[in-house]
Design a protein around this ligand. Structure first.
Ligand SMILES: Cc1cc2nc3c(=O)[nH]c(=O)nc-3n(C[C@H](O)[C@H](O)[C@H](O)COP(=O)(O)OP(=O)(O)OC[C@H]3O[C@@H](n4cnc5c(N)ncnc54)[C@H](O)[C@@H]3O)c2cc1C
Length: 476
């Protein structure tokens, strides 16, 4: 078996992720290069009851990659792209998602899942967390783009799982009903082996290799920044565009993403870049794929004139390089402005990741907008999935923001939504997951986990509270 690395100086670089969850610690690190090496390490840990946390790009915002004792298994050397074909690609789990996508797109094909972190995160973790992005509005999350997975089970046995393989009859199976929204919370209620290993957040196995389904790369993509007088007007346009996409994915107005920017974001753009038209109180950033000769521009301008009136004349469409640069600067103003304020405040931001059914969007918007602290709302409006970023300036405000987040999550659950649309549950949202799924489902999740992982070694503290360990880390 691989010699574990125990040098504290090396281990130090693996103890945190993007959640800033404190207190991570581990005794050893292994960096396997082959599936066989993964099998040996996992078997060794299972036999001795050593907790094993899989660590990849460490961009998790929920503490999922933070170890609380035991060993770390890094996927960084599982970094080979093994096959790039017309309809399929095969790669090891540790390849960077964005770099792999660039290679695929250079060949005229597309692997759609596009988490914002795609150049920093890995393929295996995107699958383990069923990651999504802006264009999931058109293409869905990672799940439908996976054809097969090689997984090392918590006992150390490697299996190859496809959607045609049923879950073995003696495995406990989650039987709950997921909310009918974009969601990344909890084990999938599925009968097939493949779907069980998508979205398990490193608790049911180590994904070592994946076969991906590819589609056509569009000839071009138009970026559109459309201005609206207020939120209501922007939502009406989104509903119109969403209806057209759902009815006919080849409609000349069939966006692949619809991203909302509230009036605080619009104000930030004006402060940092300028150029916001008079009377604009909200905006939508959209992308339209261009395939063949469809009359996209006419369709967009016609609809925008109907919904945003005179502001339609100020719509920014990326037809040339200067408008592309301008749109990029306007979009970049928001994360850059937020980061600047976080540094100035000396307090972390608290960001939501909730999604609700179509009918609950309005109610949820009112709840976001009633936030008692400075905040900005943006995100995946087409999926009723918004990131409300709250910016506390004191420790007391941070506590208030976290309390408010919990209340808002309960609201989303009551409205038939999910506590996580894309970032997952990790260690910070276990209690919220328990609230969402209820006691009976939680027991099913625990039974499955115990069956596959008798010593409860993999991803301890993610999704479920380990039975024998008092975890002291914070929750939201
Ligand atoms: C700026 C920023 C933007 C983000 N934007 C998005 C977004 O748009 N959409 C989105 O969905 N998420 C987003 N995220 C969250 C995060 O990037 C994703 O969850 C991503 O999939 C994590 O990948 P990673 O390689 O960094 O994994 P890590 O953070 O290292 O690990 C995440 C989890 O996956 C498990 N894991 C890792 N590799 C494997 C494997 N091979 N087999 C089994 N389990 C494994 C780990 O144990 C851990 O539980 C964002 C994060 C940041 C910081």
């Amino acid at each position: 078996m691989l010699d574990p690395i125990t040098d504290p100086g090396v281990l130090q670089g693996y103890l945190t992720d993007a959640s800033n969850l404190a207190g991570g610690h581990a005794e050893a690190l292994v960096r396997p290069r082959t599936t066989q090496e993964v099998c040996e390490v996992v078997h060794h840990c299972q036999q001795r009851g050593i907790a094993l946390t899989i660590t990849a790009g460490r961009t998790s915002t929920t503490g999922a990659a933070v170890p609380f004792g035991g060993w770390l298994l890094s996927t960084e050397h599982l970094d080979q792209v093994e096959h790039l074909g017309e309809d399929r690609a095969i790669a090891q789990a540790g390849v960077r998602l964005g770099a792999l996508q660039d290679e695929i797109e250079a060949r005229g094909r597309l692997f759609p899942p596009d988490p914002t972190s795609r150049y920093d995160c890995t393929l295996g973790a995107a699958i383990a967390c069923n990651a999504s992005g802006a264009r999931s509005f058109r293409y869905g999350p990672t799940r439908p783009w996976i054809e097969a997975l090689e997984v090392v089970l918590p006992t150390g046995q490697a299996i190859w799982a496809t959607r045609n393989d049923p879950i073995p009859a003696d495995w406990p199976r989650p039987s709950w009903t997921e909310p009918p929204v974009k969601t990344a919370a909890g084990y999938a209620p599925t009968a097939n082996l493949l779907d069980l290993f998508i979205g398990h957040e490193g608790t049911l196995g180590v994904i070592t290799r994946a076969e991906l389904r590819l589609t056509i790369r569009p000839d071009a993509v138009l970026g559109v920044l459309a201005w609206f007088a207020d939120r209501a007007q922007a939502v009406r346009f989104m509903e119109h565009a969403r209806r057209r996409l759902r009815e006919d994915p080849t409609d000349p107005l069939s966006p692949r993403c619809i991203e909302y920017l509230d009036h605080h974001c619009v104000q930030l753009i004006q402060e940092r870049v300028g150029g916001v038209p008079e009377g604009a109180g909200a905006a939508l950033f959209c992308e339209q794929e261009v395939v063949g000769e469809a009359e996209h521009l006419e369709a967009w301008f016609e609809a925008l004139s109907d919904f945003s009136g005179p502001l339609a004349a100020d719509t920014l469409i990326t037809e040339d390089e200067p408008s592309r640069r301008r749109l990029h600067a306007m979009r970049h103003a928001i994360p850059a402005g937020i980061n600047e304020r976080v540094v100035r405040n000396g307090m972390p931001k608290v960001g939501t990741d909730l999604a609700v059914p179509d009918a609950a969007l309005h109610t949820m918007f009112e709840a976001y907008e009633a936030c008692p602290l400075p905040h900005l709302i943006f995100g995946h409006l087409g999926d009723n999935h918004l990131h409300c970023n709250v910016l506390p300036t004191t420790a007391a405000e941070l506590e208030l923001a976290r309390r408010w987040y919990r209340e808002l999550s309960e609201r989303a659950i009551a409205l038939g939504g999910t506590i996580s649309a894309e970032h997952g549950v990790g260690k910070l949202k276990r209690e919220l997951l328990a609230q969402q799924v209820g006691e009976a489902t939680l027991l099913e999740f625990q039974a499955l986990k115990r069956h596959l992982d008798p010593a409860w070694i993999l991803g301890r503290g993610n999704l479920l509270s380990p039975p024998d360990v008092a975890f002291s880390e914070r929750s939201l």
